[in-house]
Design a protein around this ligand. Structure first.
Ligand code: 5GP
Ligand code: MN
Length: 356
């Protein structure tokens, strides 16, 4: 039995929206991850089985290691398939926005979505959603993932028994990827109750884990080696690290989108490490992409809002900078200095005082 998270009002909203709709578009965030694609396809499966016409539209590329999901080949890419995207959007009487909290997070697709006169429903777990564009909002930042939220919603709707194996696989994949395979944000015992329910549906958790984690090219492995050996700067006193990688360097490793995914987590394996910062030159636009990861109470989202025009979760956040890599490194260094007190150990005198 799961604790009640979905409120009666949210349940009523979802029930009504899912019953009344006929043509649904599901959208998720730019550079979709396991949670974005998993939640989109699980909802797709659910609504299709209810007899709805459904289209999933993603803003851009999503990684190869998610293509095993059922109906992933039916996903429409907004950057490539404008006609199919607009046809679906114009027909829609409900647009479900999953795993993001602000239409600006989905770039041009957000502009298109905001221009369509149609009911918009947000289902998400990011902090502080922008409420204006949405008729209804089901937002639970306390949950590990949008997939967990969606499972709870299906459960509250009394649909757990009808959940298909494909939807169960999608939901598991999203929960697993958003929690680093249950290594962070996953102390809620309910998460494991949900997983046991998904296992009962017949998911092969071990195979899904392999399909997601062991799906890399030799180049990606060599890129990891290069980043860790040549590029990583560790600031021992701050329990923090930084690496910056340029376009030319990525090209050396025949970079494909997704190849940098997760490397920012690796420095957190250093004993006592609190913060990892990654700067990457975008391969398509003149931008520096910033990714940060932390442990415990260091707020990456506040750090990214202050220095990198970004935001996100407490332990995983990002942003962008429109400047050269050298300037971006300077900004990151200023950020580290500004947050020195939170990062460095307490001065010895202070520590002694506390002992007394
Ligand atoms: P990643 O480092 O994997 O690109 O992003 C980690 C998390 O940070 C994402 O799940 C998202 O919540 C947030 N994030 C990444 N980039 C941005 C950004 O430019 N703006 C905001 N507000 N959040 C971001
Ligand atoms: Mn998510």
């Amino acid at each position: 039995m799961l604790k009640r998270v979905i409120t009666p009002a949210e349940l009523a909203t979802a029930k009504k929206d899912f019953e009344e709709c006929r043509n649904v578009v599901i959208v998720c965030h730019t550079s979709p991850d396991g949670d974005a694609i998993g939640s989109s396809l699980a909802l797709y499966e659910y609504l299709k089985r209810k007899g709805k016409q459904v289209t999933v539209i993603v803003p851009n590329y999503f990684p190869d290691f998610l293509h095993w999901m059922k109906d992933a080949d039916k996903i429409v890419r907004f950057d490539w398939q404008k006609t199919a995207s607009y046809t679906a959007l114009k027909m829609a009487d409900l647009i479900c926005c999953l795993d993001f909290n602000d239409l600006r997070r989905i770039d041009d697709l957000g502009v298109a979505v905001s221009r369509i006169r149609c009911k918009r429903l947000l289902i998400d777990h990011h902090l502080d959603p922008d409420r204006k564009p949405f008729a209804h909002i089901i937002s639970h930042p306390e949950l590990s993932s949008t997939c967990e939220l969606l499972f709870r919603l299906f459960d509250a709707l009394g649909e757990t028994d009808k959940l298909t194996l494909a939807a169960a696989e999608d939901l598991y994949a999203g929960m697993a990827t958003d929690t680093g395979f249950f290594s962070f944000n996953s102390n809620d015992p309910d998460i494991f109750v949900i997983i046991s329910e998904l296992l009962r549906k017949g998911i092969d958790k071990d195979r899904i884990n392999r399909q997601i984690q062991n799906n890399f090219s030799p180049d990606r492995l060599r890129l990891i080696g290069y980043v860790l050996y040549e590029k990583l700067k560790v600031f021992t006193d701050l329990h923090a690290s930084l690496f910056a990688i340029k376009k030319e360097e990525l090209t050396q490793f025949h970079y494909l989108k997704g190849d940098m995914e997760g490397i920012v987590n690796m420095p957190l394996q250093i004993k006592g490490h609190k913060l990892s910062i990654a700067l990457r030159e975008d391969t398509e636009r003149p931008l520096i992409r910033v990714s940060t990861r932390s442990v415990d109470d260091f707020p990456c989202n506040e750090f990214c809002a202050e220095f990198f025009n970004g935001g996100g979760h407490k332990n995983a956040a990002g942003g962008t900078l429109e400047c050269s890599m050298e300037e971006a490194i300077d900004i990151a260094m200023k950020g580290l200095e500004a947050w020195r007190e939170r990062l460095a150990d307490a001065p010895v005198e202070e520590a002694k005082k506390e002992e007394i």
